[in-house]
Design a protein around this ligand. Structure first.
Ligand code: F6R
Length: 366
């Protein structure tokens, strides 16, 4: 039931700190991440892995894009990520010792399942499903599985399944990184100061709800919007845009900040709202430069950042202060306000938030 909440989506957004805690806890044993949570043969199968290929659809695909950054930066092995609906229609070359990873809330998405079956035939080293439904086809047909413990997700727009997938990808990245020279102290630090603290950072982001609602009021009558992020935040910009378009029906596009001047900057005028995810970190100054370009064209900026002092606020530049978190956790935490934004805009437009037009919760046909 929806309990005190008017919609399942809002309930599921607010369940995220619990979902994160419930997903992390079975993966820990004596305070350390234990890879047997992936299955009995996990250690043997992971030992030979030299590369990763991820396939998924929609929101799960965006999680996969974040996964690539995590795997390459922590485990230092190459990682590809592709829409499951496209993967088997090219002639993918199978590199030796490649782990094939599928991500899915439902575990029944037709294209993702077909990609998994294709990969098994094609001779990938091993398959891993990161999934929210333990009895699903994807889990049954994969060598290894990581179950996100988000609980049932009823709203068509995926929320808690996505953030628990991001947590799962952090964990799997560390399992691979262990085999590739990651300092055990760094693993312990990530586990203790990022993963175990994630639920608190999520709660801090949820506390922005009233402020997000004020931003939503300014977007409700728009027909277009632009989402920006760089590096590991680019997939989060894509996810923010997908959430907004699927439940508010406002056209939303997402770009990496550095791509603006290669085309989309032409769209920017005083009628264009731009939502930017700009956490402090190695790409912060680059992103700040990109946002100045947008401001110079009159765009209306809404900036999510933990460095509010770096921006001068005005009617055309509103800043929402985020908690400061490690780079590996920023995608998860910055997703929260973008989910809330899409939710509030959808409600204000009188849409059916939990059942947006033309969409189904589980896409079991191609
Ligand atoms: C968007 C959304 C969809 C799903 C996609 C894949 O909010 O929910 O894009 O992410 O249909 O579904 P799963 O994860 O069940 O494979």
């Amino acid at each position: 039931s929806k309990g005190e909440y008017p919609h399942y989506m809002l309930k599921e957004i607010f369940e995220q700190s619990t979902a994160i805690r419930q997903t992390l806890s079975p993966a820990l044993s004596n305070d350390r991440l234990d890879e047997s949570c992936l299955g009995d043969s996990a250690s043997t199968l992971l030992d030979g892995v030299k590369a990763v290929q991820i396939c998924a659809c929609g929101t799960s695909y965006h999680a996969g894009m974040v996964g690539r950054y995590l795997i390459e930066s922590l485990a230092k092995i190459p990682c590809g990520v592709e829409h499951a609906s496209e993967f088997r229609y090219r002639s993918p070359v199978v590199p030796a010792n490649t782990l094939f990873v599928v991500l899915s809330q439902s575990g029944e998405t037709a294209d993702t399942l077909a990609a998994l079956r294709y990969a098994r035939e094609a001779g990938y080293h091993a398959t891993l499903a990161i999934c929210n439904v333990g009895s699903s086809s994807l889990v049954r047909e994969s060598d290894l599985s990581f179950l996100t413990q988000a609980g049932p997700e009823i709203g068509v727009a995926s929320t808690k399944a996505f953030t628990t997938q991001l947590l799962a990808l952090n964990i799997v990245s560390l399992f691979l990184a262990r085999r590739n020279g990651l300092d055990p102290q760094v693993e312990a630090d990530i586990t203790n100061t990022s993963l175990k603290q994630a639920c608190f950072a999520v709660d801090a982001a949820l506390a922005l709800d009233d402020k997000i609602s004020e931003v939503a009021e300014q977007l409700v009558d728009r027909e277009h919007s632009l989402f920006l992020g760089r590096g590991v935040m680019y997939p989060i910009a894509l996810e923010g845009a997908l959430k907004l378009k699927e439940i508010s029906y406002i056209h939303a596009e997402a770009y990496p900040g550095g791509e603006l001047k290669h085309g989309p900057l032409a769209l920017v005028d005083e009628n264009m709202p731009i939502i930017a995810a700009a956490p402090g970190g190695k790409l912060f100054a680059k992103m700040q430069g990109n946002l100045q370009e947008v401001a110079a064209r009159g765009g209306q900026l809404f900036i999510l950042t933990d460095k509010p002092e770096e921006f001068s606020t005005s009617h055309d530049c509103q800043v929402l202060t985020m908690p400061t978190v490690d780079e590996v956790l920023a995608p998860l935490v910055y997703t929260i306000p973008l989910q809330l934004l899409a939710y509030h805009v959808s409600v204000m437009r009188g849409n059916n938030v939990d059942q947006p037009r033309n969409l189904a919760k589980s896409v079991t046909v191609e």
